[in-house]
Write a protein that binds this ligand. Sequence first.
Ligand code: NAD
Length: 318
Amino acid sequence: MERIIVTGCLGQIGSELVTRLREEKGNDNVLATDIRRPEGHPVVENGLFETLDVLDEDRMLELATEFKADTMIHLASLLSSVAEDKPQVAWHINMTGLTNALEVARKLDLQFFTPSSIGAFGTETPKINTPQDTLQRPKTMYGITKVAGELLCDYYYSKFGVDTRGVRFPGLISYDTLPGGGTTDYAVEIYYEALKTGSYVCPIGKGTVMDMMYMPDAIDAIITLMEAPADKLVHRNAFNISAMSFDPEGIKESIQKVLPEFTMTYDVNPKLQGIADSWPDTLDCVAAKTEWAFAPKYDLDKMTEDMLEKLKIKLEVK
Ligand code: NAD
């Protein structure tokens, strides 16, 4: 992983991943791309950036060839909540985008990473200690594209020898870029509201436990997996990874340890609740731990302290 092209890099993950890769690999070795080009955005201004719609395979191939990429990190996708509102568009972007990216990786012999999600499971999957290899019958379009994507990445490895790797991310929490329309977005919004107004109306019901992870651990996981020796990987794509699991009461109590006056009420959003109810409570991450030494550093309270500290600066809250 020395010359890396990243798709969908202006989103929640990409904006932080690109910054970290530029620091570690050098500015000239990371080509950031996205369908949008917002003026003044640090990812656009502080290094190599090109606009790229992942539905345009010719341009993707041209950019990766000219850049002499050896690695593709494919992040462009519609997330769970947005995908339920426009399922046909989500299928097109998530599947055609992925197929195009895998084809470019095959043609140029690139190492390849793309994330799956806890959305790749369904109501029939065991919810507690969800195994690495288990029943996957998701009921959402997002989940369907994620399972299909996991299988497609496995196929490109076994059929064409492309060095595909990936994880099933849980809900990711970060302070840099707001999440792009997923079911776990509440766990980011709650920190903003805690600082801005001191209260939060939660769209996910009490007792709804989901897996989560702080963004620095997510970025570490991508880099560690990509740099892991190939002969140690029994699985390749879709490793279960998680750092914590909690329900809305759990995150509220963690915030109250820092901001005792913080309050929360509920106004459950049926669409989000339906998706959340079909996802696991806690993932079994033993495959990731044994095959490439996955080891997250942040638990809920450590993450809360860091989030509130960083957001205070960002939001200029005293
Ligand atoms: P995001 O919604 O924040 O960002 C996605 C980016 O893709 C955006 O910048 C958008 O402009 C871009 N994009 C959309 N359509 C495009 C197109 N046609 N061509 C090029 N770019 C396009 O997403 P994210 O949270 O950064 O997620 C990245 C990946 O990680 C996705 O595959 C997502 O399913 C997966 N994931 C994310 C989470 C999470 O909590 N953020 C959890 C599990 C899995």
